[in-house]
Write a protein that binds this ligand. Structure first.
Ligand SMILES: *Cc1c(COP(=O)(O)O)cnc(C)c1O
Length: 470
C-alpha cells in the first residue's frame, strides 16, 4: 500500500489536484480573540475545551459531529418539512434513503447516534453478556454497560500503536474473538459491535476481507453483527483506495456491500450524513425490529419521527445521497490529509496512516515529560487554544474514564489530541493556520506543564471535567 498524498489523489482521478466539489454561497464571520481573552476563557472553562463558549473560539475542530455545512438542496429540503405527528412524508424519504444506500430493511429515526445505541443495547444485550468490539467508543460502550453488557476489545494490536502503518488498523482480530467464544461460549456473547473507521484508533478503517471473515465466523456460532455506521462512507473510501479489486467500485457500491455482511446498524447522522442533528437505527430482523419500534416510542418519539422534526429527516435523506458521492469523500479526506502532511513534514508526531475525519496528535510523543496521570492530551488541547483560539479535544485518559469494577483510571495506550475537521466548513487557508499553531506549541513543548483534575462527573467525564495547571 502506498499512501496517496493530496496531490497524487487528484492525479489518480485524472485531475492535477483534488478540490471541493462545491462553491460557497453564504459565509459566517469568525471571531479572532487576544491571548489575554483566551487565558480568561480557558480558566473559566476549567481547561476543558468542551466548556468553552463557541464565541471565544476561532477555528473549531472540537468535533465533526453536527458541525457539517448543509447544501442549498438540504436547506431547500428544510422548507419541505411535513410536520405531521405521524407518517410524515419526510420519514418515508429517509427510510428509502437508508434502504437504498445502506441496504437494511427496517429503520427508525432517533434524535442522534446515542439514542440508537441505547435502543440496540436494550433490545440485544442480556445482563452479564459480553459485547466484543473493535475498540470502544465512549457513548457506545456506556450504553452497552448500562444494559448490563461487558465490553471486550477485540481490535488488532496494531490499532493501539500510533506508529503502525497497517492499512486497516480498524480490523477485528478474529483470533481474539475466537478465544472469547471458546472461553465464554457463544451464548454469553450478545453480538459483535463493529465500527467503520474506528474513531478512538485515529479514524482507521476496517477492510471488506475482515468483515467477510467475521461474517463467516459469526455464522458458525449463530452470532449477530451490528455496525456503528457513523463514518462508514469514509471507511468505504479507504477500501476503494487500499483493498485489491475495489479501485473501480464506487463508494456507494462498497458501502452497500459492506453493510450486507452485517445484521443492522446504528448511525450518528451528524457525521457522514451531513446534517446538524439526527440518527437512525436499522435492522433486517422483523421480530427484533418490532421490539425496537416499540421501545423508540418510550425514549425518542413515535417510530416515524424518533425525536426529530420532519424537516430534519428531509435534510438527512438528502444528506445521505450527497455524502456517498465519490467527489465529496475524496475532497473531505483530501483536506484532512493536507493538514496531516503539513504536520508530518515538520516532524510533529501524529497517528499514521492519516485517518478519515481528523488528525490525531500523539501527546505521548509530543510531551514525553508529562506522565499520563497529568493528562498530556488534555494539556495539549489547552495549549493549542491559548496559542491561537483553535479548539481541539482530548482522546486519552480523560475520555477513557474509569474501570467500573476497580474504580481506577483506564490508562489507554493511545493518548491523543484530536483536530477534527467539520465537513464542507473550512478552507485550505484555515488548515495552514492550524498547522502553524500546532508547530508554535510544539516549539515550546519542553516548558509545558501538565494538569490536575479538580472536578470529575460520574458519566462521560471528558465532557464536563475541570482541571487546573500543576
Ligand atoms: C458520534 C458518535 C457516536 C454517538 O453519536 P451522537 O450522535 O453523538 O449521539 C457513536 N459512534 C461513533 C463512532 C461516533 O463518532
Amino acid at each position: 500500500m502506498s499512501e496517496l498524498t493530496p496531490k497524487t489523489m487528484g492525479q489518480q482521478f485524472g485531475r492535477r489536484s483534488w478540490a471541493e466539489p462545491w462553491k460557497i454561497k453564504m459565509v459566517e464571520p469568525l471571531t479572532v480573540t487576544s491571548r489575554e481573552q483566551r487565558e480568561r476563557a480557558l480558566t473559566e472553562a476549567g481547561y476543558n475545551t468542551f466548556l468553552l463558549r463557541s464565541e471565544d473560539v476561532y477555528i473549531d475542530l472540537l468535533t465533526d459531529s453536527g458541525t457539517n455545512a448543509m447544501s442549498d438542496r438540504q436547506w431547500a429540503g428544510i422548507m419541505l418539512g411535513d410536520e405531521a405527528y405521524a407518517g410524515s412524508r419526510n420519514f418515508y424519504h429517509l427510510e428509502e434513503a437508508v434502504q437504498t444506500y445502506y441496504g437494511y430493511k427496517y429503520m427508525v429515526p432517533t434524535h442522534q447516534g446515542r439514542g440508537a445505541e441505547h435502543l440496540i443495547s436494550q433490545v440485544a444485550i442480556k445482563h452479564g453478556q459480553y459485547v466484543p468490539g473493535n475498540m470502544y467508543f465512549t457513548t457506545t460502550r456506556l450504553h452497552q454497560e448500562l444494559a448490563g453488557g461487558i465490553f471486550v476489545d477485540v481490535i488488532i494490536d496494531e490499532a493501539h500503536d500510533a506508529t503502525s502503518l497497517h492499512p486497516f488498523k480498524g480490523n477485528i482480530d478474529l483470533d481474539k474473538l475466537k478465544a472469547l467464544i471458546k472461553r465464554e461460549g457463544a451464548g454469553r456473547i450478545a453480538y459483535v459491535s463493529l465500527a467503520g473507521t474506528v474513531n478512538m484508533a485515529g479514524g482507521q478503517p476496517v477492510s471488506l476481507a475482515n468483515v467477510k471473515a467475521l461474517r463467516a465466523l459469526c455464522d458458525q456460532h449463530g452470532l449477530k453483527i451490528y455496525l456503528d455506521a457513523t463514518r462508514m462512507m469514509e471507511n468505504a473510501f479507504f477500501i476503494q483506495e487500499r483493498e485489491a479489486g475495489y479501485a473501480d467500485h464506487s463508494i456507494a457500491a462498497i458501502l452497500k456491500e459492506f453493510c450486507g455482511y452485517t445484521d443492522g446498524a446504528w448511525m450518528s447522522a451528524k457525521k457522514d450524513n451531513l446534517v446538524n442533528i439526527g440518527g437512525w437505527l436499522a435492522v433486517n430482523d422483523s421480530d427484533l425490529f418490532e421490539e425496537i419500534r416499540n421501545l423508540v416510542v418510550v425514549y425518542e418519539g413515535l417510530h416515524t419521527y424518533g425525536g426529530l422534526a420532519g424537516r430534519d429527516m428531509e435534510a438527512m435523506a438528502i444528506g445521505i445521497a450527497e455524502g456517498v458521492q465519490d467527489a465529496h469523500i475524496r475532497s473531505r479526506i483530501g483536506q484532512v490529509r493536507y493538514l496531516g502532511e503539513l504536520l508530518t513534514d515538520w516532524g510533529i508526531p501524529i497517528v499514521l496512516p492519516i485517518g478519515g475525519h481528523a488528525i490525531f496528535l500523539d501527546a505521548r510523543r509530543f510531551y514525553p515529560h508529562i506522565p499520563q496521570s497529568e493528562f498530556p492530551a488534555q494539556t495539549l488541547a489547552a495549549e493549542l487554544y491559548l496559542d491561537s483560539g483553535i479548539r481541539s479535544m482530548e482522546r486519552g485518559v480523560v475520555s477513557a474514564g474509569r474501570d467500573p469494577e476497580t474504580g481506577d483510571h483506564h490508562y489507554p495506550k493511545l493518548e491523543l489530541t484530536r483536530l477534527t475537521i467539520p465537513r464542507r466548513v473550512y478552507t485550505q487557508a484555515h488548515m495552514d493556520v492550524v498547522a502553524e499553531s500546532v508547530k508554535a506549541v510544539y516549539d515550546v513543548r519542553a516548558q509545558t506543564r501538565g494538569l490536575k483534575m479538580v472536578f470529575e462527573p460520574k458519566y462521560l467525564r471528558f465532557f464536563q471535567a475541570r482541571f487546573e495547571r500543576l
